[in-house]
Design a protein around this ligand. Sequence first.
Ligand code: NAP
Length: 290
Amino acid sequence: MEVELHNTTKKLCVIGDPVLHSKSPAIQNAMIAALGLDYIYLCQPVPRGEAGRWLDCAAYAGYAGFNATMPHKEELVPLMDELDPMARQCHAVNTVCIKDGKYYGYNTDGVGCLRALEDELGFDTAGKQVVLLGSGGAAKAVAAALAGTGARVTVCNRTVEKAQILCQMDPALLTPAGLETDILCKLCENADLLVNCTSLGMAGAAAGDFADLSFLEHLPAGAAVFDAIYAPPETALLRRARELRHPAMNGLGMLVWQAVLALKHFTGEDFDEQKAKAAAMKGLEQAGAI
Ligand code: NAP
């Protein structure tokens, strides 16, 4: 299915540096076509430090909005006229809507993760005990969304100072810790959910992989495991979690749901989310991205 172009077609895009590898155009254009929306979604390289100049260009060129990936998510925060609570909380914007010359910033990454957990595993994070590995951009968005549902989250990171800073977002619900195996084993004993937001296990990453996955053996029966990585589709962490009979899922759903939620902000349309999600998955398949 292809996007139809008219003189009225509204423009959307993803900005980043680098950005040409982005799967967002494949996902968004597939949803736009399936839902019959009068939009097109492009890929726009914007160099680091140039987000402000890009905002002027986007408004002048009549863009309805855009998504932002590395390194612009934090740079955009002070440039917004309004921020949604999630973008304010995690100090990162991944979705910008441009209306009447004003910029509205949102963050759909963390809520996208929650929606994926609910959709794929039927897992409701409200009030749950979570062990979250990592303290980078993905971890920050996921921690903010988890805390928003009242989950109690221990944020474990190799550089524990970064976990401490992240936990200042919501000290009542977020607790910092290290990433050593003995710490993880102890924390897993009481966890309902384990989330990996480190780069460990990601295809082609310099980070390598977990040297020791024995902490998974300490999870209670039925505890869920979510790996934000989607390439490869099954990391060693997910494989081991499944061997131990835990419900487990990769990061593809998070990628797709953050896009569904972004398209809702861009269009203001109350469209069928499951139809959009199915189209996005098909778009990724057709683009050879999964
Ligand atoms: P990031 O900001 O660079 O953070 C990387 C994290 O990985 C940090 O916590 C870092 O710890 C940790 N790490 C890196 N190398 C490590 C090592 N050798 N040992 C232990 N910890 C290590 O990256 P990000 O944007 O948050 O992305 C993190 C992961 O999430 C990536 O695999 C990415 O593919 C995935 N992701 C998925 C989605 C999705 O939609 N599914 C969205 C965004 C990201 P230090 O602080 O100690 O360096």
